[in-house]
Structure formats: C-alpha cells, structure tokens
Design a protein around this ligand. Sequence first.
Ligand code: THU
Length: 155
Amino acid sequence: MKKLKYEFSVNEFESIADVPEKDADFIEMAEKAQEKAYAPYSNFKVGAVVVLANGSVYTGNNQENAAYPDGLCAERVAIFKASADNPGVAMQSVYITCTETGGICAPCGSCRQALMEYENKQGSPIQVWIPGGNGKILMVEAVKDILPFPFSLKK
Ligand code: THU
C-alpha cells in the first residue's frame, strides 16, 4: 500500500475590488438572484449565475420545499435552466454567492457532480467563482479541480 497525494489549485482575490470587472458584475448579479431565493426552511439563501459560450447568462437560487429533499440548490437551478434552453452550448463560468457566514461558500457535492456532467460533455473547463470568506473571492479554473474521483459511467 502506498499513500497518493492529490492537489488542486485555487485563485484567491483579496476582495471584490481585485476581481476583473466583468466577473465582479456577474458576482453582483448572483447576489441579486440570491435575494430572490425561496428558502423559508433554512433561511440560507444561495445565488448562482452561469455564463454560456453564446453569451447567454442564466441565474438561479435555491428553491426549498416543505418536503425537504424536494428542494433544489441554486447552482442546479441555474445550470438546468441554462441547459434546457441551450442544449449543447458550453458553460464558461459559474458564480455563486450565499448568505454571509464569514467562511467559504463552496457548492455541495451534488452540485459539483451536476456541474461535472456538463464539463465532461462539453470537453472544456467551467470556472467556478465562490465567496472565500471575509470578503475574499475564490476561483477554481475547472469543476474537476473540486471534484476528485467523479462518478462516471465511462472508463
Ligand atoms: N444550497 C444551495 O443552494 N447550494 C449548495 O451548494 C448547497 C446548499 C441550499 C440548499 C438549501 O436550500 C440551503 O442551501 C441550505 O442547505
């Protein structure tokens, strides 16, 4: 037996002021979508924006349900909306915001898997922008960087 070590890289911006303007605008758009979340059970609001290669931009926010598992995360609302209207168009970047916790607000495992599906299908990376805590912003250059050993039906 030997222990293998896997690494991933993340780009850190000290504050929104350091983020390129177009990306900062999409983060602001995600914040606006976050405010429209339907989250009466958790009171935890999440916003998401996905930018497509054809220039289309889709927003999402978490949608909860009295039957808790029937709700859906903001990221999947956004990417499913985008894919439903633009089948076969590559996703370039996803911007996520959430109720301030002072910590990193990373997508859950199910959303990473859902994002990975499109990254694999399109054969090009999807950037993921997330709050890094205390005003910092983090950006990973591909979903695969935050989903080691993804589930796949292929070899
Ligand atoms: N949530 C998201 O929208 N995205 C995630 O990646 C994780 C969690 C939502 C689900 C639920 O409505 C609330 O946050 C609390 O878990």
